[in-house]
Design a protein around this ligand. Structure first.
Ligand SMILES: Nc1ncnc2c1ncn2[C@@H]1O[C@H](COP(=O)(O)OP(=O)(O)O)[C@@H](O)[C@H]1O
Ligand SMILES: [Mg+2]
Length: 308
């Protein structure tokens, strides 16, 4: 089932100060997120990630286009009872304790006192913050604050949770803890939408990824789909003769590393097999042949660089 879908979203902001130039934060943005996905929106700072989330939450209005959540247009606000949100750089009043923060947001969500109590106990346990619940949050680390933030986003038992840069500024152990919490939520059947400029985070937990740059969607798919183009094949062989080297360079645009190793930048099995035929015909022994998969990082950097 489609949980989020957008059609040709565009967002222009007014320029700041005296500037009359409008800023296009998002253009022609169409995508879908399905039930049970951990969807990662990846892009450099300023790409438009937060703008998209704010549109989906009804915090800012799109200049053009439309979006629907749970099959209904976002103009119909009813969907908001079924979503949770952890904003980027959120700030809770720092004189509150963790438990009081959850109480406050629970009451805002229209829960009864008894519901707030039982859910905050449940979610404090899930995010491993029970022992800190009576401590004022000004004493919390960034990781603890984010874990509490996730509990806050869950207090109304949403089916869809938006997390904007949940691991930014969190140390590696804290990040792992947050990843584990998110995987636990997915296992409970929740759909998670994650914004991040941190590639490793997305790569480790998301089943679907979209790459956004300067307001434009430049790639979308599973991590396998995104990284499946541009694979390399590395051959190690017995000594290559000058004739063979010439063929490899001129016909296959191979990259040579000395006389015994070369790389063919090709995905096609056909060209790979003709390379093997040529080697065998010229009495070259193939010692090994390995496929080097493109990493999401390489792909991301290449795609962003192509655009700049
Ligand atoms: N309220 C606003 N007014 C004017 N420009 C904004 C506003 N919010 C964001 N922008 C601009 O829109 C672009 C996208 O910002 P944002 O959505 O925050 O990107 P990201 O979350 O990917 O870092 C940036 O150029 C940013 O400066
Ligand atoms: Mg942002």
């Amino acid at each position: 089932m489609e949980v989020i879908s957008t059609k040709n979203l565009k967002k222009e902001y007014k320029g700041s100060g005296f500037s009359k130039e409008r800023i296009t934060a998002l253009k022609n943005f169409s995508f879908t997120v399905n039930e049970g996905d951990i969807f990662g929106l990846l892009g450099p700072n300023g790409a438009g990630k937060t703008t998209l989330v704010k549109i989906l939450l009804g915090i800012v209005y799109p200049t053009e286009g439309d979006a629907s959540i749970f099959g209904e247009s976002i103009k119909n606000e009813k969907y908001k009872t079924k979503i949770g949100y952890l904003p980027e750089n959120h700030k809770f009043p720092n004189y509150l304790t963790g438990e009081q923060v959850l109480h406050y947001f629970g009451m805002l969500s229209g829960l009864s006192n008894a519901q707030v109590k039982s859910r905050s106990d449940e979610y404090l346990k899930i995010v491993d913050m029970e022992k800190w619940k009576k401590t004022k949050i000004k004493k919390y680390s960034k990781g603890m604050m984010q874990r509490l933030g996730i509990a806050q986003a869950m207090i109304n038992e949403p089916d869809l949770i938006f997390l904007d840069e949940p691991t930014d500024g969190v140390d590696p152990i804290g990040r792992k803890e947050i990843r584990d919490i998110l995987i636990g939520l997915k296992d409970k059947g929740k759909t998670i939408f994650l914004n991040s400029h941190l590639l490793s985070e997305i790569e480790l937990i998301c089943n679907k990824v979209a790459i956004l740059n300067k307001g434009e969607l430049i790639k979308e798919g599973t991590i396998d789909e995104i990284t499946s183009t541009g694979n390399k094949h590395v051959f190690t062989t017995s000594d290559l003769s000058d004739d063979v080297i010439n063929i490899l360079l001129n016909q296959y645009f191979a990259t040579l590393h000395g006389k015994n190793e070369f790389i063919v930048n090709s995905d096609s099995a056909e060209s790979l097999n003709t390379v093997i035929d040529i080697l065998r015909k010229n009495n070259v022994n193939i010692l090994s042949l390995t496929k080097e998969k493109n990493t999401l990082e390489n792909m991301f950097i290449n795609l962003i660089e192509q655009q700049n």
